[in-house]
Design a protein around this ligand. Structure first.
Ligand code: ADP
Length: 464
């Protein structure tokens, strides 16, 4: 660039020199004496003036214009970092400044575009739903991370291929075709069977139009609604279970009440027996409703455990009279091993309920003459509450399920104990709300051990 500038400058100088020399050659023979010196000096003076003018012209106009032209060429090529000199005067200076401003704006715009592009990419990639973008000819242009997680394979297995060659599910084609055909939003759902689980996927498809309303492709969004379906199923099961649990005592109450009303009941003993059954069944309904209310309360504010300093000896003092009576009735020996001076952060009433539920179960599922032991001690930063019984035990394959709502190992026997099937679900909820864990060891015919661990201090989160 500098070389060509110099070449041009010297060309102009050479042209002027040739021109002045020619004038000199013509003029000098025509004059003589002092006139020759005057002509020569005039020509020399003109040469110097021309030299200055050419230099000025060159420096102020030709050089900046040429530099601006080459910067403009670089901009066309996409090199927005290029700049021209800025210290020029007049129109050439304005041109240089304008070119530099243009280059700066273009550079700024490309940076912004890059940032926006990467932001958009990040958003699309981190969306909780799968996304696929298909152009108007049916070629896949974009898939995000969630899409790959749902359908497997890698990005390169989709991009640039026709959607029907790379997608196996028929309902997806239908959604794409409908989006293209009717040019409107579509909704569909299907399931994908994986090795162990089944995924429920909802598709939402929408056509894409350009500014002049031409169809340019379609975007499909895949929502994984498996968790929602599971919750819906749980809710249905829950309603069915509650209705079933209520049906039995209500039928029984109705039946006995009708008998009492219909028949002239002379026998006081039978009448009392019937009334006793009605009373027992209504107690069962009451227990069920109380447990349901407790569960729903726990679920509503499970994070709002009312932390206070809980003195474990005081807590056990309140529990003993409640569990001692049924234990004595069944001639069960109740043993308590308590480490002295235990004070922990927790919710007094809820921890009390954990102990009562576990002890009541231990007593209910232990035959006459058995033994139930309650051990409470501190191990490092955790309080260990262990309830051991010598009862009927729980089969290994049912151990995980006993914490589910309404799950009973032996339905008939459990109902006879007056249990609602919600006791252990409540216990698990309370323990987990305290950041604790519950474990069960059991052997059929030998007994069960329920081990609860909760952090002694609120700030400790149990890691097991
Ligand atoms: P329930 O009110 O029926 O006792 P829970 O939720 O407390 O309901 O317990 C669920 C089931 O777990 C019980 O029905 C029973 O089959 C079993 N179970 C609980 N505790 C014991 C135990 N200590 N020994 C044997 N089985 C137990």
């Amino acid at each position: 660039m500098i070389q060509t500038n110099f070449r041009l400058f010297f060309t102009y100088v050479a042209v002027v020199t040739v021109m002045l020399c020619s004038i000199g050659f013509i003029m000098l023979p025509l004059v003589s004496g002092n006139d020759q010196i005057i002509v020569f000096l005039t020509l020399l003076g003109s040469f110097i003036i021309f030299l200055v003018i050419i230099y000025q012209l060159f420096d102020r106009y030709i050089k900046p214009v040429r530099s601006a032209a080459s910067v403009a060429e670089e901009l066309v090529k996409g090199n927005y970092k290029t700049r021209t000199y800025e210290n020029h005067y007049g129109d050439a200076g304005r041109l240089s400044n304008a070119i530099n401003l243009l280059a700066r704006n273009l550079q700024e715009m490309t940076i912004q575009e890059k940032i926006q592009g990467s932001q958009l990419r990040t958003v699309i990639d981190n969306m909780e739903s799968g996304v696929i973008l298909i152009d108007e000819r049916g070629y896949v242009h974009l898939v995000n991370r969630k899409f790959l997680k749902i359908f497997g394979k890698k990005t390169k297995d989709y991009i640039g291929y026709l959607y029907y060659d790379v997608l196996e599910e028929e309902r997806i084609y239908k959604a794409v075709q409908e989006a293209f055909l009717y040019e409107q939003k579509v909704k569909n759902a299907f399931t994908i069977s994986l090795e162990v689980e089944k995924l429920y996927i909802e598709i939402g498809g929408a056509p894409i139009f350009n500014e002049i309303n031409e169809l340019k492709g379609a975007v499909l969004v895949f929502h994984d609604i498996t968790e929602l379906k599971r919750l819906e199923q749980m809710r249905k099961d829950f309603v069915a279970n509650v209705s079933h649990e209520l049906k039995t005592p209500i039928t029984s109450i109705k039946g006995f009440a009708e008998t009492l009303l219909d028949e002239s009941m002379d026998d006081d003993a039978i009448r009392n027996k019937f009334l006793e059954i009605i009373y027992k069944e209504s107690e069962r309904i009451q227990a069920l409703v109380n447990d349901l209310l407790e569960l729903s309360k726990l679920e509503k504010d499970e994070m709002h455990i009312l932390y206070e300093k809980v003195n474990i000896s005081e807590l056990l003092e309140e529990i003993t009279p409640i569990v001692q009576q049924p234990a004595t009735r069944k001639e069960i020996t109740l043993v308590t091993n308590l480490e002295p001076n235990l004070i922990i952060d927790g919710d007094f009433d809820r921890l009390k309920q954990v102990c009562i539920n576990l002890l009541n179960n231990a007593i209910s599922y232990t035959p006459v003459g058995g033994k139930v032991t309650l051990e409470v001690k501190k191990v490092v930063d955790n309080l260990h509450i262990t309830v051991i019984d010598t009862g009927i035990g729980i089969p290994e394959d049912k151990m995980n399920r006993v914490f589910e709502r309404f799950y009973r190992v032996d339905k008939a026997r459990s109902r006879n104990t007056g249990g609602t099937g919600l006791g252990l679900a409540i216990v698990k909820h309370i323990v987990e709300a305290h950041n604790g864990t519950i474990k069960l060891d059991s052997k059929v015919g030998e007994g069960s051990t329920f081990s609860v661990k909760v952090p002694v201090n609120k700030k400790f989160i149990l890691k097991d």
